[in-house]
Ligand binder design. Sequence first.
Ligand code: CP
Ligand code: NVA
Length: 314
Amino acid sequence: MLVEEKELYGKDMLTLLEWDKEEIIHLIKLALAMKTNPSHYRHVLSGKILGMIFDKPSTRTRISFEAGMLQLGGQAIVMNGKELQIGRGEPIKDTANVMSRYIDAIMIRTFNHSEVEELAKHASIPIINGLTDLHHPCQALADLLTIYEIKDHFQGVELAYVGDGNNVCHSLLLAAALVGVNMRIATPDEYTIDQIILEQAELLAEQSGALIQLTNDPVEAVEAADFIYTDVWTSMGQEEENQLRLQTFAEDFQVNEKLAAVAKPDYGFLHCLPAHRGEEVAAAIIDGPHSLVYEQAANRLHAQKALLALTLEN
Ligand code: CP
Ligand code: NVA
């Protein structure tokens, strides 16, 4: 079946696993078309309202979703989770049912991934995961778009991830496995990725032909890579572990000129941002000629516009 004939209206984006390869590639191609010709899509979400719940801070996610809705002719309402009744213990079920009667979709950034699943279970409108402790699928969509713009294909592209086996790494792995990007992940042994997500990625990789490799050696991961990706060593909610994490990662897990020297000569550097220069990445790399981080951040807007248009358009 052609993806155009499929019903994407109403679909959630919780982990990427709700979407198949054909649908994701369709979304990426639509994102590219929207980026190239934004005025063509000015009215596709006319009258639609996206509600956004934030239990953690955000710059890119908040502004790119809000700007995206405005650019598509819709509107967005930003809500601080603490100021909603949910912050005082109102059940997620009731919140989901009520909000479904006011607005057309919910984007939520929170801690426990199970809360997003619970919201999706009870809402009759699309739920978009704007980051949980386990997943960051919208970031991975922008990352795929960034890779596709440069390579014009996915199959066999070599992607190295160095650092913490966190939410960004999980979603990047699922995205890579879905579309056929080979991914090598280097983490300290005690900060490796979630085993269930690894199994899910391995199943996808069997279909796509993607190769997945885990190591504790950043050089092994980065060797001949097309892209080097890293993220903060301490994610939101882990602040009390910061000192221990700094010590564990500092020794070998910084993306610097020495490590990047083993990648392909024309490698691209990726980071979801915000970044800590001098920790997970040296300033010479993130501010250097191989860095794609601002274009990658720009692609949040385009990838999410495609996601919104596909799932909210009627
Ligand atoms: N990359 C990302 O999600 O950035 P924000 O935390 O600023 O939304
Ligand atoms: N891993 C980071 C990503 C921030 C966009 C965090 O969860 O804080």
